[in-house]
Design a protein. Sequence first.
Lengths: 730, 207
Amino acid sequence: MTKVWDIHGGIHPAQNKQQSLGGAIRAVPLPPTLILPLSQHIGAPAGPVVSVGDKVLKGQVIATAKGFVSAPVHAPSSGVISAIEEQSVPHASGMKAPCIVMTTDGADSWMAHSGTLAYRDCSAAELLSTIAESGITGLGGAGFPSAVKLQPRQSIDTLIINATECEPYITADDQLMRQRSDDILIGIDILAHILGDPERILIGIEDNKPEAQLALATALKNRSHTEQACTIEVVEFPTKYPSGGEKQLIQILTGEEVPSGKLPADLGIVCQNIGTSHAIYRAICHGEPLISRITTVTGQACGKPGNYEVLIGTPAKHLLAEAEFDQTRCPNVVMGGPMMGFTLPSVDVPIIKSSNCLLATTREESPTPPPAQACIRCGHCAEVCPASLLPQQLYWHAQAKNYERLEAHHLADCIECGACSYVCPSSIPLVQYYRAAKGEIRLIAEEKRQSDRARVRFEHHQARVEREEKAKAAKREARKLAAEAAKAKREAEAANNQATDADKKDPAPVDANDIVQAAMARVAANQASPKDQHQRLQRAIKSTAARLQKAEQGLEALLKDDGAEPSAELLAQRDQQRATIEQARLRHEEANAKLAALDASENTPPQAGAEKAPSPATTVSGDDQNLDPAAMAIARAQKNAAEQASMSPQQKQQKQRDALEGRLKKAQARLSQAQSEGSEQVEAFSNAVATLSEKLKTADLELSTLGQTNPASNASQPVNQQTSQSEENS
Amino acid sequence: MTEMSSLELLLTAVIALVALATIFGVILGYAAVSFKVEGNPLAEQIDALLPQTQCGNCGYPGCKPYAQAIVDGEPINKCPPGGQATIDALAALLDVPAPELDAEHGEEAEVKSVAYIREDECIGCTKCIQACPVDAILGAAKLMHTVIVDECTGCDLCVEPCPVDCIDMLEIPSTLGDWHWQAPQTPAERFTSKHRDSNIIATDHAA
């Protein structure tokens, strides 16, 4: 007999387990429709791989896992996919989420599938991939993908199977152990094989399930299928809520506490639910994916409480009808246990992989909690907390929204078991405070992450703008220098020419440097001028001739296209084309003339460069005007905000209207410009005009409802303002 | 003799003080050089609390300049995207009373929004790309632009420059992913709430 340890705190609520233990696991008739949420597990939602109208067979994959922590979804029966849409899902929020809805055909025909009992001959990787592909997630409640949990980086020496089922009312695991303990043991053996046969394999079970324990012990004794199978020990311990929490069970069975922020795997421990090990047995030995589970339906509002083997996706309503549920006696149905479950938004939501219980209690059975009263600091909550936290302190800080203090008090270690709320004499809904605070903290962390990203992006943006600005300045500087150098060179050349002229006339003593420079310039000019000049001009003639030809062809094509009705647009285009031709011809002639002149006098110095050089002054001023647009936008926004703040709502509305009018005018101007130029964007601009005028209309309407004063008197001034502003902008 | 000794005393005291002053001067000088703090740590702390929307509503071209301005004595209530939460955090950091949000700079939005470009109306002018402070708009000249939703801070600086008015600010719908439990109603809230239960007083319930 293994020693068991005790955990801190815990409570002993009424068990209420007997109601659902009468009789075997019952089958549920095939429902007409199945609703399969894409996110039934922790992690990324699955991605659908079927489309509406597809016929699917039982066990076929209909949505695949997206990412490492994710799980696929399989068709629980054969039928036709009738919709992929947002549907109500079993979630405390009552919100909708993407689901695959299928209509069953009643045939319930399986796809081809097979498994093996010789799993000991398979590698762990093969088994893990089969488990992942079978969509198996933890069936205890949280729904974490099992394959992920079964490949820890640390080496594992203890495998713990959680058969505690500590919440009142729920008996799904109990019933499963009573009826299918052989299968469960094979499942555990598979888990042991995957984890490299850990030293200890413990099944933790509370002492309120003697029949299940007996069934397991008998199965262990009679185990014959695998001789080499691992040694499994069933450990019984006193019933106490919440012994079934993963960290609590580890402490009970090993005496070790999982440190805050660490995982059981860090201690060399892996914990799996007993239902999960059964599902793994079905997947490996029969090739059946996770398409059904055992769910307890209980509570006094049920005529036939018990455990049902139900297909995933079965609407809760269908299952409840099977258990002879009386809606008139039950204000609301809870999914999960009475301690940690949540009220269903409606009974139309489906059963999902983690739904272990549907609890339909009457008002007498679970009365509305009395209103919360002031905390009297009795300290009962701290006595029962299984995580050894200080619920009272957490309560104060949660009320004060003091998240830093909450984190200092290890709110994250709260398992939301509800023991503190259960014992609170003032009936304070403590856990709800903690849940809200946890959500807030998560939200703040997420916002912080986003704002950090935005900061980095903003800084990079600023750096880039600065870099571009610098590069522009450097280019400008370089151009300026080049222009100055060219100017200096020209001046020097002119001076040299004069000097040489002077030389011939008057052999006066000149500076030696000047003579050398002049000589070099002369040589360079002689080398460059005649041949190069000639070639360049010929090239220019050729290209202008080609351009002229092309332009003429274009005009011809336009003339041909021109059918019965020459539109204004076409006429404009034709005129443009003609102008182009004229220009091209002029250029051609010019080049020809130049060539002739060159041929006539080989010694004429080239003059082409002077005109081509860009004038630095204009570029600089152009760049200066083109300020950083972001800065300009910010400045504009500031101005607007400042103006808006000092106005009454009516003035604001008026201002908005005027702004719209200004924008509309701008847009109209753009449109008419675009039309006259025959631009392609005419349509886009006319769309913009249309939307803007519509917006203007609604603004007018709002304004008229808002104020009694005539808008005309107010209108004139701000419109002018707006237009002047727009001129500034453009 | 007595005069001499008093002079000696004076000298000793002066020498001792000068020596001390020199030693401490050297230590302080060394510390000033080797333990110099780079940048302004307070401005960085403030910047970390600001929402990094970079919207410019505060009158400064971005969150960092506003953080610097706060260090230089600017009021802390000029950030509408951050809202009261940011003002409270700043007040706690700077140990000053938390003022109300200055309405002159805009109102706090209840739901966050992101820019959305109606893509078939976009003419590809790149004006919004230039206006975006966090480079969250993707596109090229004469090609359609689109907003990277995950990176958009909802500052709406891109709406005004758009020549064809094809940018909308859309509110982000709440999903299962970001849902969380709400705190229970306080007794006062329960009393004023529309959905209150009949049993407001505990003794009602016992009866």
